[in-house]
Design a protein around this ligand. Structure first.
Ligand code: M6R
Length: 355
């Protein structure tokens, strides 16, 4: 059942602290200052600097963008491809290449076809999936489970958070880069997420902007994929126009769309990005757009933004997991107010088994 929630989507949003705890269980040891992913132990023997290519669709693609960034930060040459375009892009694949398919269901046809292409070309294949025994799990040389539990709502929510956490673990497993700081931050994340759920004012903000023409989402660094994800969720369940951009791209075109009727959700977390984001906020405010800052620096941002959705500081990478939860809640409450079919949006299926 929906445990008292009106929709599975809301139930699943609230299940995120538990989903993350399950993903971490027995993989993170504070005592030994280590992260181990049992399922990937034999991947450790692979050539570390062989390129890593992520293939995925939709929300899983956004998680893959996050994962590729994590690996690049550790010096690994990691790229990200939309699974539906992977074969057509003539990406060079050789025996040292590791191809990672990120797929909640493990059944997405585009992702399966990219993984088959990779297998045929001699790459080592890995899937990061939620479903035990799924097609992707059977196709790939290695399987890492995200352990989010079943997700019924068509909109992916808890599985995205679990993918972000799983890819953090995968990065440590592949690079041996588990720092005590990362371990501590992972351990605290479920409680911080619970705090976001308990204290969020996303519902009030949703009410304020339910009549908007368009919604824009901007973020930089690890928040850039979250901006894309925020927009996808908004489109999917509200049927309203929404777009996500890396903050720096605004002035290269999208700014022309910004008006008083297009609220901008600006993710500003971590010192480096807060400063640059303030520039982006000025750009959109000058065009009359209302700004909602999603931030771990509420004191600073409340001077610039119309509203603030606060998130705790979870470090330079994981704070984006929390920022995303605020956006999930905004989309949910907008869709709820509009009376949409939230768990089964029109035209969409939970797993897309045609190419
Ligand atoms: O099962 P998968 O993760 O492979 O699914 C990929 C996409 O179809 C999926 O993430 C889709 O974008 C979601 N409905 C978004 O909420």
């Amino acid at each position: 059942g929906k445990s008292g929630h009106e929709h599975y989507m809301l139930k699943e949003i609230y299940e995120q602290p538990t989903a993350i705890r399950k993903c971490l269980r027995e993989r993170v040891s504070e005592m030994e200052e280590s992260i181990t992913v049992e399922e990937l132990s034999d991947l450790g023997t692979l050539e570390r600097d062989g390129p890593v290519q992520f293939v995925a669709c939709g929300t899983s693609f956004h998680a893959a963008l996050y994962g590729a960034r994590l690996l690049r930060e550790q010096g690994i040459h990691a790229q990200c491809f939309r699974a539906s375009e992977y074969a057509a892009e003539s990406v060079p694949i050789h025996s040292g290449t590791v191809v990672i398919g990120v797929t909640q269901s493990g059944e997405t046809a585009d992702t399966m076809s990219a993984l088959r292409t990779a297998n045929k070309a001699g790459a080592s294949t890995v899937t990061v999936t939620n479903v035990v025994g799924s097609s992707a799990a059977r196709e790939c040389d290695h399987v890492m489970y995200i352990r989010a539990g079943p997700e019924i709502g068509v909109a992916a929510t808890k599985t995205f958070a679990s993918q972000q956490v799983a890819l953090t673990l995968l990065t440590s497993a592949l690079t041996g880069s588990a720092s005590l700081d990362t371990i501590k931050r992972l351990r605290t994340l479920p409680d911080q997420l619970q705090r976001v759920l308990d204290e969020s004012t996303a519902r009030e903000i949703a009410m304020e902007y339910v009549d908007a023409d368009s919604y824009f989402f901007i973020g930089r660094g690890y928040n850039a994929p979250v901006a894309l994800e925020g927009a996808l969720k908004m489109k999917e369940i509200t049927y309203k126009h929404a777009e996500g951009f890396a903050g720096g791209e605004l002035k290269h075109g999208p700014l022309a769309l910004v008006t008083e009727a297009s609220p901008v959700f600006a993710m500003a977390t971590g010192e480096n990005h807060v400063e640059k984001m303030l520039g982006n906020i000025n750009e959109v405010e000058a065009r009359g757009a209302p700004v909602v800052a999603v931030t771990d620096s509420p004191a600073t941002l409340s001077q610039y933004a119309d509203h603030v959705l606060e998130v705790p500081d979870a470090g330079p990478r994981l704070t984006s997991v929390l920022a995303n939860v605020q956006l999930q809640l905004v989309s949910y409450w907008v869709a709820n107010e509009l009376g949409r079919s939230i768990d089964k949006p029109r035209h969409l299926a939970k797993s897309v088994t045609v190419e």
